[in-house]
Design a protein around this ligand. Structure first.
Ligand code: MTE
Length: 303
């Protein structure tokens, strides 16, 4: 990825940074400090992969969350200070029941499930993550999507006093993302509130983040405070930053290389030095479920 100030990628090459014991304890503390979600009881969904998940340590110490810095270890280091309770989400645009919804209100009747998903970052690394969440369509149905709506726009919190990365201009804040309405209504698209059966750690996007497993990870926007139904394609942070490198759709596609690296294969985080790379699968392996959404679309053009 590349930045507004045109800082070269080489200076921010993905680097595996592991928590030391103190950070691990701080991370665990941050998890407990989250809203009353710890120890979430959720049935495993049929949409889950049966592949073995990455460890909690891998999932919570190797992160992209630029609001907390560029290094993969920065979110674990700095996100503990983010206040995630109280939390509300402004839901508006082409909906029947717009409003500022408290997180408790959003979660009160949400059918939580465990979804063990493959997760593929545009930087060509991947993980298997046991999310806890509910289908985004549940929330959209609750607020009532109007007939003219074609897209869903999402925004992350802006709070520079708690998000040190926002004190710099590395991205145009807030972090923004969007989905076409049919993508957003697909049962695989979830809002996650936890992982490994506990409340979502701050570095993973607490208290509420999107997970769209057939798209590159940057579409899965964290710490959402705004959801807007629109009739025009919303702005998306990386797409605005560099449209040639990051398309609006950003479906995982081994046949469409990033201009600066191949997308044909990926490195599984934590797989060990001699594991070798894995072939990247079309739609990250979710083609059977989602390919029909793109029937008739040229995915090399609409990347
Ligand atoms: N959301 C916000 N608000 N800010 C970010 O920097 N990074 C994205 C995505 N969501 C990002 C974000 C990218 S590039 C990836 S790969 C995933 O979050 C990483 O999610 P994880 O850290 O939980 O693995």
């Amino acid at each position: 990825m590349r930045f507004k100030n045109d800082l070269g990628w080489s200076s921010v090459t993905p680097k595996c940074t592991w928590m030391n014991r103190r950070q691990l304890l701080a991370g665990a503390g941050a998890m407990l400090a989250g809203p009353a979600l710890a120890k979430i009881d959720a049935a495993k969904s049929a949409y889950s992969t049966d592949q073995a998940p990455n460890t909690l340590e891998e999932i919570t110490t190797y992160n992209n969350y630029y609001e907390f810095g560029l290094d993969k270890g920065d979110p674990a280091r700095y996100a503990g200070g983010l206040t995630t309770s109280p939390w509300s989400v402004q839901i508006g645009g082409l909906v029947d029941r717009p409003g500022n919804y408290g997180l408790e209100d959003i979660l009160k009747d949400a059918p939580l499930e465990e979804r063990i998903y493959r997760f593929r970052c545009v930087e060509a690394w991947s993980m298997i993550i046991p999310w806890i969440g509910f289908e985004l369509s549940h929330l959209l149905n609750k607020v009532g999507v109007q007939s003219g709506a074609k897209y869903v726009a999402f925004e992350t919190l802006v709070r520079p006093e708690e998000m040190p990365g926002q004190r710099s201009g590395i991205l145009n804040w807030p972090y923004r993302e969007g989905l076409r309405l049919d993508e957003a209504m697909h049962p695989l698209a979830i809002l996650a509130t936890g992982l490994y059966g506990e409340a979502l750690p701050n570095q993973n996007g607490a208290p509420l983040r999107l997970v769209v497993p057939w798209k590159y990870g940057f579409k899965s926007i964290k710490s959402i405070v705004s959801i807007t139904l629109t009739d025009t394609q919303p702005e998306a942070t990386w797409n605005m930053q560099n449209a040639r490198e990051y398309g609006f759709y950003s479906n995982v596609n081994p046949q469409v290389d990033h201009p600066r690296w191949s997308q044909a294969s990926e490195r599984r985080v934590g797989a060990g030095l001699f594991a070798g790379r894995e072939d990247t699968l079309m739609f990250n392996g979710y083609g059977e479920q989602v390919a029909s959404l793109y029937a008739g679309q040229d995915l090399a053009k609409d990347y």
